[in-house]
Design a protein around this ligand. Structure first.
Ligand code: FAD
Length: 493
């Protein structure tokens, strides 16, 4: 962990750069005017920059280090590349149960291990190809892609410390702030003094430790636990809440916990880390109730902090929320006229597909159409085995909202395709409005749940009743057929 820490608005320490804006002055006589200035090349920013440049606007996009943004460099793409390797390993290990063995019937496949070099090479090839494609697409769109760090020096105006040396000052008629988030590092006693890992450190794949403690049972912590366990690392996953995956119903979190435990992961709940220390290559985390866990490595997966500290947003008249995100309305307009913000830094739910949707909102607004982020339906997937797909309200959320609901739930084992795959853990659960028969949400746990959930999302977007989905002809045997099966099991009113 090389990053400097500082205290952010939520009281936690962050891996974001320390404030480098003090005393910043720019020579405004050298200002270059453009139609659109994009600060940070995340999913929303790069999409908008390319589109507007192709439409003939003068566009500058500034990116300090990750060409293509967080997703392709250090988040979704590398993690899912590794999750695929982890799943292949697990399948190979149980290949005998599928009737596959080496010549002579040897069960050596059950002992398959990971090769760190091959793992890293595969990941780097996939990420490298995507970064390379962006290096070509950006200039091809007609935008001016500037590698450097942008800091506001006046309204709509940034000074860019160029990576190759020198400075440029750019003013945009319109400006988009899309600087993302970095791993949060809460103020846990002793944490900043130990050599902990964030997801970015882990993804460098410099080593596979013997054992590792993961702090945080959110999506990132859970995905990393499952994946690293498959790679042979002994994992202890600790979470401060009653159950891991706090946004999910307890029954869903239980299925994922059980699958992690079956893999050999130790999962501890209600574990509120109070202090961290390091001794002789072992990092120990103590909870406020006296429990202790230890490992050769510690992964901190306790949320993400918005990247705003280095931006000098006061100079731009851009205000932050009390949680430190850029304050935007449902048209992604900040408190400064003509300045927009999108993606993680704007407080949008932290998914690449949400940042991409922010782009579509801005695309339409910039084209003079109406668009907003209000009431959008956001699905997500937790890439563990079995996979979890979620859209709309959970059962808990629907009950807390006082909805009059009906809940259909069946084990994934009831789905014929799950049997043929040999992946029967999990359940299909759909929550419907008892008054309107419209679907309020779904949680699906099983193979390809992230794909199946899209069908539920489309039904919700199309305003279908649950009976219409129940009676739709779905191909057999597919995992999506589980939608027929679960809705057939809707309990009577
Ligand atoms: C380990 C991990 C796994 C994830 N997996 C998934 C997943 O499977 N699916 C999913 O949907 N989401 C996933 N996410 C979340 C997803 O990566 C983020 O929500 C998404 O990348 C946010 O994109 P963004 O558009 O907000 O900006 P980002 O992609 O974060 O881009 C912001 C860019 O701004 C640049 N920048 C910052 N400050 C400056 C400055 N001053 N000057 C110039 N440039 C600057 C940064 O270098 C960065 O490239 C994952 C996240 C992590 C950490």
């Amino acid at each position: 962990m090389a990053a400097e820490n500082h205290t952010c608005a939520c009281g936690c320490k962050s891996t974001e750069d320390t404030d480098a804006t003090a005393g910043l002055q720019a020579d405004l006589s050298t200002v270059e005017d453009v139609d659109l200035l994009v600060v940070g090349g995340g999913k929303a920013g790069k999409s908008l920059a390319m589109l507007r440049a192709k439409k003939g606007d003068r566009v500058v996009m500034v990116e300090r280090d990750k060409v293509g943004g967080t997703c392709i460099n250090v988040a979704c793409i590398p993690t899912k590349t590794l999750v695929t390797s982890a799943r292949v390993l697990e399948t190979v290990r149980k290949s005998a149960s599928y009737g596959a063995s080496l010549p002579g019937g040897s069960d050596e496949l059950s002992k398959a291990v990971v090769s760190l070099e091959a793992l890293r090479a595969r990941k780097e090839k996939i990420v490298g190809a995507m970064v390379g494609a962006h290096e070509k697409m950006f200039p091809a769109s007609g935008m001016d892609f500037v590698k450097g760090t942008a800091t506001f020096v006046a309204p709509k105006t940034v000074s860019i410390a160029l990576n190759d040396g020198g400075t440029r000052v750019i003013r945009g008629a319109k400006v988009l702030i899309n600087t993302g988030t970095t791993p949060a590092v809460p103020p846990i006693d002793g944490l900043k003094d130990v050599d902990f890992w964030t997801s970015e450190d882990l993804l460098r794949l410099t080593e596979l430790p013997k054992d590792m403690v993961i702090l945080g049972g959110g999506v990132i912590g859970v995905e990393m636990a499952s994946m690293m366990s498959s790679f042979g690392v002994s994992i202890t996953l600790v979470d401060g809440g009653e159950h891991i995956l706090a946004r999910e119903d307890a029954d869903a979190a239980d299925v994922i916990r059980e699958s992690l435990e079956a893999q050999g992961v130790t999962v501890l709940n209600d574990f509120r880390a109070a202090s961290v220390s390091s001794d002789n290559g072992t990092i120990t985390v103590k909870a406020d109730d006296g429990r202790e866990v230890a490992g050769e490595r510690l992964l901190v997966a306790l949320g993400r902090t918005p990247v705003t500290k280095n931006l000098n947003l006061e100079a731009a008249g851009v205000e932050l929320t009390d949680r430190g995100f850029v304050k935007v309305d449902d048209r992604l307009q900040t408190t400064a006229e003509g300045v927009y913000s999108a993606g993680d830094v704007a407080g949008s739910p932290q998914f690449t597909h949400v940042s991409w949707n922010d782009f579509r909102v801005l695309r339409d607004l910039f084209d003079g159409k109406d668009a907003s982020t209000k009431d959008r339906l956001i699905p997500w997937t937790v890439f563990v085995t079995p996979e979890l797909g979620r859209v709309g309200m959970s059962e808990t959320e629907a009950r807390e909202a006082g909805k009059n609901i009906r809940v259909a739930k069946v084990p994934t084992a009831n789905v014929p395709r799950a049997k043929t795959l040999g992946e029967t853990d999990g359940f299909f659960k759909i929550v419907v409005d008892a008054d309107t028969d419209k679907i309020l949400g779904a949680t699906i746990i099983g193979s390809e749940a992230g794909e199946v959930i899209t069908s539920v999302q489309m039904a919700m977007l199309g305003g279908l009743t649950w009976q219409q989905v129940r009676d739709a002809v779905i191909a057999h045997p597919t995992m999506s057929e589980g939608l027929n099966i679960v809705l057939d099991a809707m309990p009577a009113k």
